[in-house]
Design a protein around this ligand. Structure first.
Ligand code: ZN
Length: 366
């Protein structure tokens, strides 16, 4: 595989900032098996490196395909190692990134996930309702079932979830959201053709969005609809002005609206509606109708067409150049980002450590 812009091999590294900003984790990311992959959209092996650090200062190579503009980690951990990562490290790493270092009981986390998911699902269903169909609604990567609960309440439709995390799937089932604890690659569940398939904040995490889109095409009824909500890489970059902030090892693929559109059309869908809040002002984001919807995301609904998935990849002339130009036009200020965001996080971390040390001292005296 040819990779432009490569400045050094991947190797375990320490580093001052990383030591300061990362809570030591037992997960051996640096020694995990990694694999090189071709572009999941166009199959090209040519890519250009955008960043060699992720937002937690982990060594990565975030690349952009120089043919179609798809952004992805390459190399990346193997499927087996991502499996371990999600079981052992993912939730703890997310909590640390948000400056939360006290381990909460899992039940409390799941209840919170479900509650926030329901609010999110209600808002998303209200927004996408004119484009969706009545009938079985499946969500891939359905977490604790909250989003599906919102759809069930708002649209009065039958719902089914597919979620790889056993504890989240179990929680969803207990709340009355039927959920199969599996990956779509291995689900043994016989599913009837669906009216709608949702993938809400999960496409970034998949090891092959192409596989998912083909799977969704095969599992929808002839007029079925696909709803995606995906983080907008360029919007995060614009907001934080720091490349590594837009990159995280659990986001194996990263999207800008124009490339996502091509991907969905290549997979045999026609786009009915698409929105992104990259160009809208704060007024739209503070609209109470949108309460519960995450910022920095692209949302779209597409209808299944008669075209077979990836039988023909639409003309992508100029998409890479346009995407690259738009990314390069964003003024970057990693030092500004450090003082505006990471310094605050560091202060929270030190406070949390002192608090823990204090409470350990009191327990020792008591
Ligand atoms: Zn490509």
């Amino acid at each position: 595989m040819r990779m432009k812009g490569l400045d050094r091999p991947m190797r375990p590294r320490g580093g001052f900032l990383r030591t300061l900003l990362l809570t030591r984790s037992p997960f051996p990311y640096e020694t995990a098996d990694h694999e090189e992959i071709p572009c999941d959209l166009c199959g090209s092996a040519d890519c250009r490196v955008l960043s060699t650090k992720d937002r937690n200062y982990l060594d990565v190579r975030a690349c952009i395909c120089t043919r179609c503009g798809l952004i992805f980690l390459n190399p990346r951990m193997t499927k087996e190692w991502y499996g371990r990562y999600y079981q052992e490290e993912y939730r703890a790493q997310m909590a640390r990134f948000k400056g939360r270092f006290d381990a909460r009981p899992e039940e409390e986390d799941l209840a919170g996930l479900y509650r926030r998911g329901t609010r999110h699902g209600l808002a998303l269903a209200a927004l996408a309702q004119p484009y969706l169909r009545r009938g079985l609604t499946i969500e891939v990567g359905s977490s604790a079932g909250g989003v599906l609960n919102g759809f069930k309440q708002a649209l009065d439709v039958e719902v089914r979830g597919i979620e790889p995390s056993g504890s989240e799937a179990q929680w969803a089932n207990r709340q009355g959201i039927p959920t199969d604890a599996a990956l779509i690659e291995s689900t043994a569940c016989a599913l009837p053709p669906a009216a709608n398939i949702l993938c809400v904040q999960s496409l970034n995490h998949l090891l092959s969005p192409r596989f998912f889109l083909g799977w969704a095409h095969g599992h929808l009824d002839p007029q079925g609809c696909l709803l995606l909500e995906v983080m907008n890489f360029r919007h995060v970059l614009r907001r934080f002005q720091c490349l590594r902030r837009a990159i995280q090892i659990d986001h194996t693929y990263m999207f800008v609206p124009e490339v996502l559109r091509h991907f969905v059309i290549a997979a045999g869908f026609d786009i009915l509606w698409m929105e992104q809040d990259e160009d809208s002002g704060p007024a739209r984001r503070s609209d109470p109708q949108r309460a519960g919807l995450p910022g920095y995301h692209i949302r779209l609904v597409a209808r299944k067409s008669g075209r077979a998935p990836f039988a023909h990849i639409p003309e992508m002339e100029g998409v890479y150049e346009h995407t690259m130009q738009s990314l390069e036009s964003i003024p970057l200020s990693p030092i500004g980002y450090f003082f505006r965001h990471e310094a605050r996080y560091l202060a929270r971390r030190i406070k949390s450590r002192l608090r823990r040390r204090g409470s350990r001292g009191e327990a020792g005296r008591g």
